[in-house]
Design a protein around this ligand. Structure first.
Ligand SMILES: *Cc1c(COP(=O)(O)O)cnc(C)c1O
Length: 423
């Protein structure tokens, strides 16, 4: 592989053209293993950013794509429809909370967040309440990189000041302070409650990640918090958008994050693991009420329609991935990943340079007291035979669900060895 061309011409995510940092060429991937161009093998601790539930090169998923290519790889979705999209919509409506009835397909998580925001704005516009146009979110959240999505990301890490003239001015509550299994106290919701009660007349929606604030801080919070958010949204007549893009399809131990709290949002965003990591696809679901009101408005339609909407290859592999997941002992697998992570990472709690260790479902996080230098630490993980990509003070893993205990041990061992060496 010609890495010079990569360096000269390709932007990688959040990187500099002049100082791109280390980059590792991947030749192939199978199961939980990435094989580099030079033959080295790495156990993937990232699931390619939350996506690869069943591992790489899965024969069932491969076959689903091959079969679909023999019928059609793509067809426009305006005025036409197809079996893979119909099957997928039916599945999603069946497995998400019952009030969610309408599915809008798009091509990435960020776009599904844009669509969710557009739905909320059109909903209030149709009811002659155009003043309800702001969003309330949490600090430490992450919802994507497009402009509306960016406006609800953490203002500091999302660098809002760079875009301050352009971003819609949103409201931010303190991130939830109660840990996942901590006893509930109303003080935890006080700041959120104050913001929603002071601003509900101008709020279209609350948008939050359920149970896990992922890319914005890897924070886990109590289901009770989510229940209180639902209650307060109802009390103050504000829509609730739940961004499940990181949590969806079992990652936290429930199929969806909002299942922990037994609540239903008005609008839900799905993405990342939707196709088992094979192709880019996302979906925004809404209740019948939201859908009906949007379509009663001035536009009469939802004003969105991506070119590659409901791509048949992506829908076909999503169907295969969801079937594979639901027919697997996924809950048992995640419970054992959770116990093993808890056991193997707990010793780090006592290390002087560690601030916190936390585990939920198939997610393990070690939070350091100081930020790590990614350019230094990344090659060290590779030397340990693991693929882990930390950010800031956070070194974390969320492996494919099919990982074997001995592979998971190599992952946690690699994490501990590298972290121990930088104290
Ligand atoms: C990754 C992520 C997104 C953005 O998805 P993309 O596919 O990268 O556009 C949005 N919300 C959450 C919670 C995410 O984790």
């Amino acid at each position: 592989m010609n890495l010079d061309i990569d360096r000269q011409h390709i932007w990688h995510p959040y990187t500099s053209i002049t100082e791109p940092g280390p980059i590792f060429p991947v030749a192939s991937a199978e199961g939980v293993m990435l094989t580099l161009d030079d033959g080295r093998q790495l156990i993937d601790g990232m699931s390619s950013w939350w996506c690869m539930l069943h591992g790489y090169n899965d024969s069932t998923l491969n076959q689903a794509i091959i079969d679909q290519t023999q019928k059609m790889s793509h067809v426009m979705f305006g005025g036409l429809t197809h079996e893979p999209a119909i099957k997928l919509a039916e599945k999603l409506v069946n497995i998400t909370p019952a009030p969610l009835q309408h599915v809008f397909f798009s091509d990435s998580g960020s776009v599904s967040v844009e669509v969710s925001i557009k739905m909320a704005l059109q909903y209030w516009h149709a009811q002659n309440k155009p003043e309800k146009k702001r969003l309330l979110s949490h600090s430490c959240g992450y919802h994507g990189d497009t402009f509306a999505a960016m406006s609800v990301c953490d203002p500091i890490t999302g660098m809002h000041h760079l875009f301050s003239d352009l971003l819609m001015p949103q409201l931010f509550a303190e991130p939830p302070q109660c840990r996942f299994d901590e006893e509930w106290d109303e003080k935890y919701i006080a700041d959120f409650k104050e913001k929603i009660s002071a601003h509900h007349h101008e709020l279209a929606a609350v948008i939050i990640e359920p149970i896990v604030q992922a890319a914005g801080g890897m924070r886990f919070y109590s289901p009770k918090y989510l229940q209180r958010v639902r209650e307060l949204c109802d009390e103050f007549n504000v829509l609730l958008i739940i961004d499940e893009i990181a949590t969806n399809f079992g990652r936290t131990g429930e199929l969806f994050g909002c299942h922990h709290a037994d609540i239903s949002p008005d609008i839900m965003c799905l993405g990342k693991a939707l196709t088992g990591g094979y192709m880019t696809l996302a979906a925004t679901l809404c209740t019948d009420k939201v859908g009906q009101i949007i379509c009663s408005g001035e536009a009469g339609v939802l004003m969105h329609g991506p070119t590659f909407m409901a791509n048949p290859l992506a829908c076909a592999v999503a169907n295969a991935s969801i079937d594979l997941l639901l027919n697997s002992p996924w809950q048992k697998r995640i419970t054992s990943i959770q116990s093993q992570l808890t056991e193997e990472l707990s010793e780090c709690k006592n290390w002087p340079h560690i601030a916190d260790v936390r585990v939920l479902g198939a997610i393990g996080v070690i939070e350091l007291k100081q930020a790590v230098d990614m350019n230094v630490i990344q090659p060290q993980f590779v030397d340990q035979g693991v693929w882990i990509r930390p950010f800031g003070k956070l070194v974390y893993i969320m492996p494919p669900f099919i990982i074997k205990p001995e592979e998971l041990s190599r992952l946690t061992q690699g994490m501990k060895t590298v972290i121990n060496s930088i104290k």
